[in-house]
Design a protein around this ligand. Sequence first.
Ligand code: MG
Length: 256
Amino acid sequence: MRIARFTTGEDPAYGLVDGAGAKIAEITGDPLYMKIELTGRTYAVDDVRLLAPVIPRSKVIGIGKNYADHAAEMGGEAPAEPLMFLVPNTAVVGPGDPVVMPPQSQNVHYEGELAVVIGRMCKDVAPEDAMSVIFGYTCANDVTARDLQSSDGQWSRAKGFDTFCPLGPWIETDLDPADQRLVVRRDGEVVQDGHTSDMVHGIAALIAHASAAFTLLPGDVILTGTPAGVGPVQPGQRVEVEISDIGVLSNPFVRH
Ligand code: MG
């Protein structure tokens, strides 16, 4: 199932998107908490505005350097244990929403990533049980102020600015996350072309590691790391993150 959050100008609603990504069948409430029931109303995707498919209730957990080729381009090796950081939920925006580049940074980078959406409250999840706590998957851009990431010495500000965590276009609940191609385009040019099978720590290991520290809540999001090819974005450019069996997340970058 593909679950989108959208608006027609009224309050946000949820809906099921068809395989072609053309139509949305509205459902009665938030599928993280309610049984899925159709309202009977349908819309063309082109006639609605898609919103971030989930607003994390408590946290977005980022994972640093989880692809060896990206760790190498950052000048190091992938860490032996997953390296976690937290992104505030106020950084989340949806498909098509502008990423606002702040005046504090002169070097804003895209990072295309597979995002995992947690489906239920859990703690100390064993790796063999990890897939059972997943609601679904979406595309993410872990936007990073690269200059502040190094000058601050930690990553809260560099990755936590408002609009720095685009998610979408929808949540795919039926996905083999181990076998997805991840392509990022900047103004149409392919700049990242990776494969989720190249993650250093797989999704089950990430959930086990994160839940050993934090209680995970429904709607929490784990960003699983980016492959090689990160780079700067200029104001006016558009970045697309495409994951084969999910779709395309596309956002313009602007400077006010
Ligand atoms: Mg990242």
